[in-house]
Design a binder for this molecule. Structure first.
Ligand SMILES: Cc1cc2nc3c(=O)[nH]c(=O)nc-3n(C[C@H](O)[C@H](O)[C@H](O)COP(=O)(O)OP(=O)(O)OC[C@H]3O[C@@H](n4cnc5c(N)ncnc54)[C@H](O)[C@@H]3O)c2cc1C
Length: 513
């Protein structure tokens, strides 16, 4: 077996025959000796003439075949229960791993199935109403279901990323995610994938309960006892093991922990704005004016240190739209999503500034929830600007100069935008850093700092501002045996793949008990 690199034109997808020929040349052997040539990775290189750079793996006669991923989900109808609170990536992948380990996942999800959820999501724009249990963050598949479905992660040390990607493909995601350097699924494909996962869990004997908002957790009375998990509808579930994978927007769970006096910690996160450019402008910049029909739309990733804090781009969505991702009726929160084709006319990204506990004064009285209360206060200030889900917005150049925009460019955010002094609405330590970062980004991406770009508030749900501490070996809560904080809400992940990996790790920890 040998690995090598080869470039191909962007508009040409090489056949297996061409790959084998390339392997024969690279390895100096006759083509007939190359049994198979697999794509390991495909990345776009637009520094010169745009090409796809392939990392290829050639197998000769007699070589060991590539590793096969086989997912052996057991029939768990009568197996021991593990309660999984939350059906996001962490809870979902924990459940799939439990099936493999012969344990029965009982998923309690406050939201609705993907189809009913779509109706609630459109009501946010159509009627100006947010359902606190069914929205862009809550419901089947969790916060990532209606997203760009970007699957890049830096968390390769946390587990086998290919295991997550291969399962997603088995449930209906595009095969390209296995090899693309920047894989993404798209908001039109993800709901179907999540529905297929649920069907698999239920067919194998797991349980999936929608509309099951957990409102209380009662610890076992004795070491051999069980947790009692109480839902808002009065239903109770019991199990020795409970996975708590409720995501970073389940503020009621953090409040429940505070009421009970259970350990929580404030955790740094990031807050800032969403920025929207015309996609063609980003394409022109990133392809050095060589973009042409058929090329994928360009992405960007930017970072700058400003006054001791990182300011960086986050969750960039080429060809995407801005969405109202609040879970409360008095908050404006923005996020972005793209369809699988990324064919929209706008490019948006979060541009956020890291926030540490020492940055926020006046919130100390909230203890571990200080950063959460700070986050809430900014979201509420954005809502108070218009008393609706309309987003306060400014042209990027006006934001940096500190003046109101006389007019605003067209924007993909369906609830609408209002010209506002966003530079004053944002906390001063965030606004001042962003105002320095935008012109600095222009030095890396000439044309980024432009009056055609719109800056909107607020991007605040980047990761959890709270950590639910757990033992690093058992992955169990530090003081509560049998309770496993998991995923982004527990502060141990950020993004779809790392949350999924954390779910897998927690399920393995339970199975090995
Ligand atoms: C619009 C949008 C776009 C995004 N785009 C991307 C992207 O492209 N790539 C990426 O990597 N990440 C993206 N993210 C972030 C990503 O979705 C999250 O990092 C990931 O979903 C976290 O997984 P999780 O399972 O830990 O939590 P979540 O996905 O938040 O899931 C938690 C689940 O728990 C449920 N829950 C909460 N409280 C309770 C309760 N009391 N009782 C029962 N159930 C409860 C919720 O309804 C939810 O379904 C995006 C997020 C949003 C909102």
């Amino acid at each position: 077996m040998r690995e090598f690199e080869q470039t191909f034109d962007i508009l040409h997808e090489p056949s297996q025959e061409e790959l084998r020929k390339a392997a024969a040349v690279a390895c100096g052997v006759p083509a007939a000796r190359v049994r198979q040539c697999d794509i390991v990775r495909r990345s776009l290189d637009a520094r010169g003439r745009p090409v796809y750079r392939y990392r290829l793996r050639a197998f000769m006669e007699g070589d060991e075949p590539p590793r096969e991923y086989v997912f052996d989900y057991k029939d768990v109808h009568s197996a021991p229960d593990v309660i999984v609170i939350g059906g996001g990536p962490a809870g979902t992948f924990a459940s799939l791993k439990l099936l493999e380990k012969g344990l029965k996942p009982v998923i309690l999800e406050r939201g609705k199935d993907v189809h009913s959820r779509k109706v609630d999501i459109s009501a946010i724009v159509r009627e100006g109403v947010v359902n606190p249990d069914s929205n862009y963050c809550f419901g089947e598949g969790g916060a990532g279901t209606f997203s760009d479905g970007k699957l890049y992660t830096r968390s390769s040390k946390r587990g086998d990323i290919q295991e997550v990607l291969r399962q997603l493909v088995a449930f209906g995601a595009q095969e390209a995610i296995l090899t693309d350097a920047h894989p993404h699924i798209g908001s039109d494909v993800l709901p179907r994938v999540m529905e297929n996962v649920r069907n698999c869990i239920v067919e194998h004997g797991g349980e999936y309960h929608f509309g099951s908002k957990v409102v209380d957790l009662v610890p076992p009375a004795s070491a051999s006892g069980k947790w009692k998990v109480v839902c808002a509808d009065g239903c109770c579930y019991t199990s020795a093991n409970v996975i708590l994978a409720t995501g970073h927007s389940a503020r009621d769970i953090y409040e429940l922990f505070t009421t009970k006096g259970w350990a929580l910690q404030a955790k740094g996160f990031a807050l800032g704005v969403r920025v929207e450019h015309p996609q063609h402008l980003i394409d022109e910049i990133q392809y050095h004016r060589r973009w042409q029909q058929g090329y994928p739309h360009a992405e960007y990733s930017l970072v700058e240190q400003v006054a001791g804090r990182g300011v960086f781009s986050f969750c960039m969505c080429p060809g995407g739209v801005l969405v109202p991702s609040t879970t409360e009726s008095d908050a404006v929160v923005l996020n972005g999503m793209s369809p699988s084709t990324r064919s929209g006319k706008k490019a948006n990204a979060g541009i956020v500034c890291s926030v540490e506990p020492e940055d926020v004064s006046g919130f100390e009285k909230f203890g571990p929830l200080a950063l959460l209360e700070f986050q809430k206060s900014v979201e509420n200030a954005m809502f108070a600007n218009s008393g609706s889900f309309r987003a306060p917005a400014q042209r990027m150049t006006d934001f940096c100069r500190g003046k109101l925009s006389a007019s605003l460019p067209a924007c993909s955010y369906a609830p609408g935008v209002d010209s506002a002094a966003l530079h004053e609405l944002l906390p001063a330590f965030v606004a001042s850093r962003l105002r320095k970062a935008f012109p600095a980004f222009d030095r890396k991406m000439h044309g980024f700092y432009t009056q055609e770009a719109l800056v909107l508030g607020v991007e605040s749900r980047t990761s959890s501002p709270v950590r639910i501490p757990r033992d690093e070996n058992t992955l169990c809560h530090v003081g509560l045996d049998g309770l496993y904080p998991c995923g982004e809400g527990a502060g141990y992940a950020g993004g779809i793949v790392s949350s999924a990996l954390d779910g897998i790790a927690v399920a393995c920890a339970i199975a090995s008990k």
